[in-house]
Design a protein. Sequence first.
Length: 264
Amino acid sequence: MRWFIALAIGLVMGCAQAHEAPAKGTAQALDPDKAIAVSQAAIGKAVGDYALLDQNRASAAFSGYRGKPLVVSFVYTACSDVCPTSTRFLMKTVREARKALGPDRFNVATLGFNQPFDTPEALSAFARQNGIRDARWSFLSASEKTMQALTRDLGFSYYPAAGGFDHISQVTIVDAQGVVYRQVYGDSFELPLLVGPLKELLGGQAENSSWSGVWNKVKLFCTVYDPNSGRYRVNYSLFIEIFSGASVLIAMAWFLVHERRRNR
């Protein structure tokens, strides 16, 4: 099963760096089994609140993303191969997720883990070079100590290697309360691996009692994955089933009330 674990976590080996040396630390190989164990152990744990800077040098805090699910990815900006490829793939996946769930139902954050080299300016250039134009997608930098603590909370493993880093290829889904909910592995993955957990989190959130809140719940319930197209779509037959079921319940309630009044 070791080959399956290595494939599942999408191990990245020696992604080339253009200018900077790897972050300080003792060079060592990344053990796939240990990396996946560390990653899975983070599930169910709250992520601490950390001071960050976004790609525009605006101050941010990790707690500021609470209230909605958060999708977190990890890059180092001097990587010329895997990090850009996986980021562009995530961009397409996020785009489909927003179509399925709503444009503002979740946020995305990419962490530049090679500190102090992954500056806001470097992250801004990385986002621009990879075509990220999403107002709800932040590229975040921090001090080296802060980034080490944050990646540890999120279960992300990386080690300096010749010419770059060995690191687990991971996307982390954090719930609205700031707790790690799910890990998704690989440079590419099936759409339901990301949308499914987000749908579960959104389905469990309380909605307001207005018609828009009720509609959001019904639409979310009726949004299903179509393996033929590789996309999510609204299954209108479920609307009919829900409407028919509600109509039967209303009719039964009316009949019982009517009979009770007649007997009186």
